[in-house]
Structure formats: structure tokens, C-alpha cells
Design a protein around this ligand. Structure first.
Ligand code: GTP
Ligand code: PEP
Length: 200
């Protein structure tokens, strides 16, 4: 079984747009890259993946991805779902038998979170890791790749679950702090700072 991980990253100028009122463009780009570095390091440290890829339209992101020992995939189809679909087709061609798609903005992600996802995927076709409010998808592990179409966007957790049901795929939902706390809003940054203060 060849597990591969795929991390989609928006162009830095557009990333973290919900933080535009609070952070300068330089701060947003550097926050994004710091979080990406953490996610890539955690995936690599887990030693669960044949390799880790980053798909982005941004040359700066792709350059960093390579420097951090990930494979850089140029976004050939614009937008979150099309970019992932094209990249997943490529990974499938390269022999991936299971594919984890995971957000780049998970600063509390730990090896154990990733380990649990992979363990669960041995018994299910699809594993979904939810965002904090339960409505989004922060990670999606499918075996084989593309057995479920990517439906990221509003209420994607429910849309992925319903589509899995429609396609008669077994599906499990996982929630853990490391997978749930994605940094989108100023409230998320406050929650992260509180967590770090309490655990320092
Ligand atoms: N390659 C690629 N990745 C994307 C695209 N849209 C979103 N992502 C990535 O998908 C994950 C979740 O993205 P969002 O939370 O929607 O976007 P964001 O930049 O983090 O935040 P907002 O701009 O505030 O929506 C992050 O890793 C993003 O970088 C896209 O069009 N192309
Ligand atoms: C973050 C999500 O999607 P998008 O990036 O497309 O808004 C999601 O589906 O939880």
C-alpha cells in the first residue's frame, strides 16, 4: 500500500484573505509559510508516506516546498478542487494507492493525528477530518485516490459524507485538535495563542 500526502496551497498574495484586516501582506505570507513548514515536517516525521507533495500556482510556495523536501506540483487547473483533482490524478499515475489531502494551515498538527487517520483508513474507503465547527474538511484520506470527488468549499464535511454514502463508500469522521484548528480568522489566532500559553 503506497500512501502519499498532498498539500494544496493558495498563492501567497491571496492566502489568508480573512486576516487581511489584521495582518500585512508580508505577515500573512510568512504565517502561511510557517504553517506549511510545520505541516510538511509533521507529515515527513510520521514516516507514513512514500512522499509528500505540494500543489500551488505560486513559484515561491513551490520553491519552499522543495527546500523542505516535498515534491512541487504546479497547479494546472485553477481553484481548490480542480487543482487537487489534477494533482491527485498525477499521484495515482505515480502509483499512489491511498492519498491524504490535508490543509497547509494546521499549526497544532501532530504525528499522532496523522497516524490515527492512516490507521482508520485501513478499515474505511474514506476518512474525513473536520474543522473546529464540524462543517469543513481539513483532511481527507481516500483509498484509492479519487474514489471520492473533491468537494471542498462551504459545508464540505457534509458534502463529502453524503457523496461517500451515495457512492456506497465506507466513511469515518475523525476530529482531533491538531486536525481541527486551522487558522482562518483572528479568533483562530487568539485560540492558538491561548493554547500555546497554556501548554508552554
Ligand atoms: N492549490 C490551491 N490551494 C488552495 C486553493 N484554495 C485554497 N487552497 C488551500 O486549501 C487549504 C484551505 O484553504 P482556505 O482556508 O479556504 O483558504 P485560506 O487561504 O487558508 O484562507 P482564506 O483566504 O481566508 O479563505 C489551504 O491549504 C489553502 O492554501 C486553490 O485555489 N489552489
Ligand atoms: C476550507 C475548505 O474549503 P475552501 O478552501 O474551498 O473554502 C473546506 O472545505 O473546509
Amino acid at each position: 500500500m503506497k500512501y502519499t500526502a498532498l498539500v494544496p496551497v493558495k498563492s501567497l498574495e491571496e492566502a489568508k484573505s480573512r486576516l487581511a484586516a489584521h495582518l500585512t501582506p508580508t505577515q500573512r505570507a510568512s504565517l502561511m509559510l510557517d504553517m506549511l513548514h510545520h505541516v510538511l515536517s509533521t507529515l515527513q516525521e510520521s514516516q507514513l508516506f512514500d512522499h509528500v507533495s505540494v500543489v500551488s500556482a505560486d513559484p515561491r510556495v513551490l520553491q519552499k516546498a522543495q527546500a523542505w523536501h516535498a515534491q512541487a506540483l504546479v497547479e494546472t487547473q485553477a481553484g481548490h478542487n480542480p487543482a487537487l483533482t489534477a494533482a491527485a490524478m498525477y499521484e495515482r499515475q505515480q502509483g499512489a494507492s491511498a492519498l491524504l489531502t490535508i490543509s497547509a494551515d494546521l499549526p497544532l498538527l501532530q504525528v499522532d493525528d496523522v497516524h490515527q487517520l492512516v490507521v482508520r483508513s485501513k478499515s474505511y474507503d474514506v476518512v474525513i477530518a473536520t474543522s473546529q465547527d464540524g462543517s469543513g474538511t481539513n483532511a481527507l484520506l481516500t483509498r484509492p485516490p479519487l474514489v471520492l470527488p473533491y468537494l471542498f468549499g462551504i459545508n464540505s464535511r457534509y458534502r463529502h459524507q453524503r457523496e461517500a454514502e451515495r457512492l456506497n463508500l465506507s466513511c469515518s469522521v475523525q476530529s482531533s485538535l491538531g486536525l481541527a484548528l486551522d487558522i482562518d480568522t483572528i479568533e483562530d489566532i487568539t485560540a492558538l495563542q491561548r493554547y500555546e500559553y497554556a501548554h508552554q
